[in-house]
Design a protein around this ligand. Sequence first.
Ligand SMILES: NC(=O)C1=CN([C@@H]2O[C@H](COP(=O)(O)OP(=O)(O)OC[C@H]3O[C@@H](n4cnc5c(N)ncnc54)[C@H](O)[C@@H]3O)[C@@H](O)[C@H]2O)[C@H](O)CC1
Ligand SMILES: [K+]
Length: 511
Amino acid sequence: MSRSAETEGRRAGARAATAPCPLYDAAALRAAERGAAAASGDAFELMRRAGEAAWREWLDRWSQAYSLLVVCGPGNNGGDGYVMATHALRNGRKVAVVRLREHAPRGEPARRAADGYRDAGGATLEFDGALPPAEAIVDALFGIGLSRAPDAVAGALIEAINGHGAPVFALDVPSGVDADRGAVAGPAVVADCTLEFIARKRGLRTGAALDHVGEPVLASLGVDMSEHAAYPVAEWLRAPDLGRWLRPRRRDSHKGRNGRVLCIGGDHGHGGALVLCAQAALRSGAGLVDAATRADHVAPLLARLPEAMPRAVESSDDLRAALAAADVIAIGPGLGTQEWGALLFAAALASDKPLLLDADALNLLAAQPRALPADCILTPHPGEAARLLGSDTARVQADRDAAVRALAERYRCAVVLKGAGTLVHAPGQGVRVIGAGNPGMAVGGMGDVLSGAIAALRAQRLDAFDAASCGALLHSTAGDRAARDDGERGLLPSDLMPWLRRCANPRADER
Ligand SMILES: NC(=O)C1=CN([C@@H]2O[C@H](COP(=O)(O)OP(=O)(O)OC[C@H]3O[C@@H](n4cnc5c(N)ncnc54)[C@H](O)[C@@H]3O)[C@@H](O)[C@H]2O)[C@H](O)CC1
Ligand SMILES: [K+]
């Protein structure tokens, strides 16, 4: 198989076709492995292909690395490592396999791979607490078979890998990361590149996993996952997927036709949140934006954002006209959970308009759970999600996929679970994973921008699940573009505004 066909991930990732990019869990990979083994009649064949793919990808990346350490575990992930080490040896590299004493290869394919490496003259060292010098390290300790947090001995080996200083190339999964959930329960390898075998894994694109994967690259090993179409458990969205929803404007567009968004929030001392929400809605294409807020925030808001239409509201009666005129309501930014906020929240829930609940609107909902009108959108961060589920943040983060599904089921609406690798889900739909965003976006006010962007897309006639998906992708893509030029540190929510507009017009952005 040609090199480019085998390591399609890197180039395809750059192009990021707008065809759906399915993500799978271990069950699908096991089924694919069984199928491929049955088809080839040799359980070792897939490991052989994996080892060869790893060696070719290695040459693509680190061909200048003469000496390499291959850390092999007891299972088939380790087997992949032995096959790759054999290729390196045969290509004149200085290679050493390192393993734990208790990690002798288990199972016929891994033993065959280890024997092949030994027969090629390969040396195997038992880990004694320190790793020898090398120009690069291959992590073949654990793959999708990880079933619990690495124990102390394996943990010491993982810490030695992370502390070695050489670049790390992880086979299939960075060891210690849960490939289905993205959770990291103990020591885990921090890789520069992770070569995923057969299919992209759901868990490697969300949560703590994103701190460990480095650059993900796919090696399909020639296995056709379409035969396992029942299995995709999620879809990975990247910047070019914006084109799926953001078509060039219709010529006869009239501001009224691009939707009218009502942003509600900005209690005393929190007026800025509403400005960010309203500005993001305008920059994401809403035709008209009303901003219902405290009277003393009207003048500053007008000064900052003359395109918005601020309305002083002190009671739910003051809100009536704006609720009637709105196509979509975004409530929560700076709303507070005092009487004022609670009154406006109740009035918004009583309207028959599509709702987006964010920030304090979510906290008010968590404090008094109730049924929500049809096709709402919730945009919790992990802490708000935990409150809404009666759980805690650590448990939400330990299985983000389960959390977003539980929230959508409980409130019967679309949910955006924010955080590294934002997840979007709605009842009866799959899970969409946002393949954009960066740590610089973990600052106050970014959520206000997200809620404005999603509300604007909802007002432009996307349904709740698509508006939530496209809005989250637009927001994270804008954050990446804003960070690309000037860095992540010091990134402000208002830095996203010009990028929301550029990214919301993909053709303009591609120029
Ligand atoms: N699935 C595929 O299509 C392919 C998989 N390949 C490679 O095989 C691994 C999966 O191999 P498996 O033997 O199932 O498990 P691992 O090698 O990932 O794990 C090793 C082994 O270790 C034990 N174990 C689990 N957790 C721990 C722990 N915390 N501490 C100690 N030991 C642990 C458990 O018994 C595991 O079985 C996959 O990732 C690919 O790299 C094929 O070669 C390519 C196709
Ligand atoms: K690994």
